[in-house]
Design a binder for this molecule. Structure first.
Ligand code: ZN
Length: 208
């Protein structure tokens, strides 16, 4: 099949015979179509206000694909309203790891006044172990020396992640107890159902 290929470097459209589109090609093509016919809701948006979250909230959640384009509408969140921080299993692994850094910037630079940790049912991290992950890494050619650098941390993280609800409680506890997070910032903990979109409160940060 022939595809139309566009190149920034050579700004002309040409056809390549027998070329298979890569994922990157597909995304670039989608982007060109999007930019040419930018939907009106995006045209009317003012980037100057986009940095500060209008609702002064930071959400810390999982990178799970089922949450993409689902968690936000399920919670009535729109573009420009919140900061969203994600990682595998919404886990906090150290006193100044990436999530804590992002929260610090959110609070002190970007006006965030509340934090919401959102775990979800059927989180993939609860189904894996450090040993299975290490085996897969070794099978793909990661060196034993490299594994040894992180195996203790990996165990502490993955092998202690048994249930997504416990993990939310733990993440809230770590944020609240962090000496780097102001005590007047409520930290809520919620559970999200990635099938139905329903949210349940695990910890109400106003009550603590
Ligand atoms: Zn998850």
């Amino acid at each position: 099949m022939d595809y139309i290929i566009y190149s920034e470097k050579f700004p002309r459209i040409f056809i390549v015979e027998g070329y298979s589109m890569t994922i990157l090609d597909e995304m670039l093509e989608a982007n060109r179509k999007f930019v040419i016919a930018l939907p009106v809701e995006y045209v009317d948006y003012y980037p100057a206000t986009s940095k500060m979250p209008d609702r002064e909230i930071a959400i810390f959640t999982c990178m799970d694909t089922r949450l993409v384009d689902f968690l936000e509408p399920a919670m009535g969140i729109k573009r420009g309203e919140v900061k969203v921080i994600k990682n595998a299993g919404n886990s906090i692994t150290g006193p100044f790891e990436a999530t804590i850094r992002s929260l610090i910037v959110s609070i002190f630079e970007l006006g965030v006044k509340e934090i919401i940790v959102i775990g979800h049912l059927d989180c993939g991290i609860s189904h894996t172990t450090s040993q299975s992950l290490i085996k897969k890494m070794l099978d793909r050619g990661i060196s034993l020396d490299a594994i040894k650098m992180i195996d203790k941390e990996l165990e502490d993280w993955i092998d202690h992640f048994h249930h997504p609800i416990d993990n939310v409680v733990e993440a809230v506890r770590k944020i609240r107890n962090s000496p780097l997070i102001p005590k007047d910032v409520p930290v809520h903990g919620l559970m999200f159902n990635p099938t139905t979109g329903e949210v349940e409160v695990v910890i109400d940060g106003y009550q603590v």
